[in-house]
Design a protein around this ligand. Structure first.
Ligand code: GLA
Length: 386
């Protein structure tokens, strides 16, 4: 990482002639708890060492100059434009964060930002949240302002939902803000209370990129959210005290299943069971019980495949191949689905065989060269070099 930041700093100086300050925000991998965050439920993500870095320095007036070493086309924004429109460009994330920071009553100063990232976009590793959170750190610091971490996560989440227009949950921004080395984060997405859960030292997180992303991802994501809302509308007729699927028990769902359309019933069942898996899984990790945790990962994958229907043939294959390697405790798809990455939890002793076996077999079966990142749980966002 040290060389990355030195290069970024140099490039900033070449472009703008001054010495920048550097910030980073990590991507995340979710150990368990998929499609639960927007149902007020529980998630167990860990920040990873793949990150977005920003070199930042002041600019005169209230202009934001944004360049990227990773994404195409520069952008310039005027912070005095209080009603900007999204441009359908990666810089919308930057503009959205600036807008929602100011909507919190802050006044930002003009800034120059040079951005680079080693998080593969569209792979389900939260490249968007990392860009948002790194932007928030850079802009706040450039303006001499401070904001609590939980507020940063919430502002970034609003920017993504209300400016960029992606109706994601809060998990990714929280993971990027609060990541902690060697730990996952058990987050209650309703109260935003959290607890760190150590990732056992003998467990390696193998993140396997299928290199395939199906186009329907974001529309299907929104349709899953609507289906959960439909389930809630029916269930709350019988259970007036529930506020979200998080409040419904498996027994209650079973009792009222006949009232629900079968598809909606399956969607609700996934969410309700997944919440249970997160809480049980966190305990299993705390007891270093990787066998039980692995079994829960596989249950989670099957539920995402069959009940929630957000997996893909490539993700299913990747999990199958991973599970075929001796020493792998469990595997599942991560993120919104319809492509991207699967996570396999492997014993350290399995790593050497894991990478060539899975890569070769995946190529043989699909013709695609996949990428595998051996990740460790990393610290959350902040300045680079103090
Ligand atoms: C995407 C969203 C998250 C979460 C996951 C599914 O990654 O950004 O908020 O909903 O999908 O768990």
């Amino acid at each position: 990482m040290a060389t990355h930041s030195a290069n970024l700093s140099e490039r900033f100086q070449q472009a703008w002639g001054s010495q920048p300050r550097l910030f980073q925000a990590p991507g995340r991998v979710n150990l368990i708890g998929e499609h639960t965050d927007y149902n007020d439920g529980f998630v167990l993500p860990a920040a990873i060492q793949l990150q977005t870095r920003i070199a930042a320095g002041p600019a005169p007036g209230r202009q934001l100059f944004v360049k990227s070493a990773t994404y195409p086309d520069d952008a310039v924004f005027d912070l005095d434009d209080t009603n900007p429109l999204p441009r359908k460009h990666w810089s919308d994330y930057v503009r959205g964060v600036a807008l929602f920071l100011e909507r919190e009553g802050l006044t930002l100063k003009g800034a120059r930002l040079l951005i680079e990232s080693d998080i593969p976009p569209g792979a389900g590793l939260s490249s968007s949240a990392a860009l948002e959170v790194a932007t928030a750190w850079a802009l706040l610091s450039d303006s001499g302002l401070h904001m609590e971490l939980s507020k940063i996560a919430q502002v970034c989440h609003r920017a993504e939902n209300e400016f960029v227009g992606v109706r994601s949950g809060i998990m990714d921004q929280f993971a990027s803000c609060y990541g902690r080395r060697d730990h996952a984060l058990l987050l209650d997405c309703r109260s935003l209370e959290m607890r760190y859960v150590p990732v056992p030292h003998n467990a390696a997180m193998m993140v396997c990129n299928t290199m395939v992303r199906h186009e329907l991802g974001s529309s299907e994501y929104n349709s899953r959210r609507r289906q959960c809302e439909q389930g809630m509308a029916v269930l709350s007729r019988f259970l007036p005290d529930i506020r979200a699927l998080r409040d419904v028990s498996a027994a209650q769902l079973a009792r009222f299943s006949a009232e629900l359309d079968p598809l909606i019933h399956r969607r609700c069942r996934h969410v309700i069971e997944e919440n249970r898996r997160v809480l049980t899984g966190a305990q299993a990790l705390e007891h270093c019980d990787l066998v039980s945790f692995g079994a829960l990962m596989m249950e989670s994958h099957q539920s995402l495949r069959l009940d929630y229907e957000v997996s893909s043939p490539e993700l299913d294959l990747m999990c199958e191949l991973a599970l075929g390697v001796e020493g792998v405790y469990g595997a599942r798809m991560v993120g919104g689905g319809f492509g991207g990455c699967a996570l396999a939890l492997a014993d350290q002793s399995a790593i050497e065989t894991f990478v060539p076996t899975v890569m070769e077999e995946y190529r043989r079966r699909t013709g695609i060269a996949c990428e595998i990142y051996q990740c460790s749980a990393a610290d959350g966002a902040g300045p680079i070099g103090g």
